[in-house]
Design a protein around this ligand. Sequence first.
Ligand SMILES: Cc1cc2nc3c(=O)[nH]c(=O)nc-3n(C[C@H](O)[C@H](O)[C@H](O)COP(=O)(O)OP(=O)(O)OC[C@H]3O[C@@H](n4cnc5c(N)ncnc54)[C@H](O)[C@@H]3O)c2cc1C
Length: 275
Amino acid sequence: MMHMTESLTVTEISVPKVPTLPDAQTVTAVTHWTDRLFSFRVSRPQSLRFRSGEFVMIGLMGENGKPLLRAYSIASPSWDEELEFYSIKVQDGPLTSKLQHIEPGDQIILRPKPVGTLVLDALLPGKRLWFFATGTGLAPFASLMRDPETYERYDEVIMMHTCRDVAELEYGRQLVESLPEDPLIGEFVAGKLRYYPTTTREDSAQMGRITDNLTSGKVFADLGIAPINPETDRGMVCGSLDLNTDMKTVLEGFGLREGANSDPAEYVVEKAFVG
Ligand SMILES: Cc1cc2nc3c(=O)[nH]c(=O)nc-3n(C[C@H](O)[C@H](O)[C@H](O)COP(=O)(O)OP(=O)(O)OC[C@H]3O[C@@H](n4cnc5c(N)ncnc54)[C@H](O)[C@@H]3O)c2cc1C
């Protein structure tokens, strides 16, 4: 009698091929902050190097079998083992109507080609660095606020973040408040990071638009600091097209000039979304 294994050939026992997603990364954590905002962490491709403040394309496989990708700022710092993102939930948005349902263990697509203008190299040296963000525009600064290089280059870092409601500030507030105690970077941050959150709709301790609080001088009075000066101050802006346009006027009114990776100057701007 023929032995069972002798009748088997390699082709007869071949394993069916499981299709693998190109550039797939695994979701490790998801936090829902409001019905419009969530953050999540994913595994980091070993080859991915980026500068804090840059963005990448991420997404999900569409129903037509093609990747559905959108630009996302990396919210984690360049030294982190994982990648963090801070996201809007647009109820009829092609990507985020689905992305908001991801859970740990799920896979997303991540193209490992980081780019962007909100990088320390695009600014000339200075003493004070201002981060100006509305909504999810906080994301690139969540990265830069956790990068020791930010504090090596500047004596003082001021994070201005504006949302409509108090709950929408919470991701940023918890991050900023935890940093001085952080075992890895607390020693760089402590005493250097100032936080100026405001709301525009719901009543809170500090209210108003970033542009108004700068032009009225309220933020300087509240923080007990000198107004923005091109000799000492540098700025990074991330918000809606309207915020970015208005902030250019305000910062140029203080004498700052727009810079770029190839031509560093006193401030840089990036869109938080295309709207
Ligand atoms: C350089 C860059 C970086 C970005 N980084 C982030 C990020 O870190 N986090 C993030 O959530 N989004 C970010 N975006 C926006 C992101 O690319 C998508 O637009 C967003 O994920 C919604 O995708 P969607 O397919 O669901 O809807 P889309 O069709 O892309 O957008 C639908 C509409 O929703 C509104 N919208 C989109 N994104 C936002 C937002 N973030 N805040 C408020 N309104 C919005 C706009 O009015 C837009 O026209 C970034 C965009 C750019 C250009």
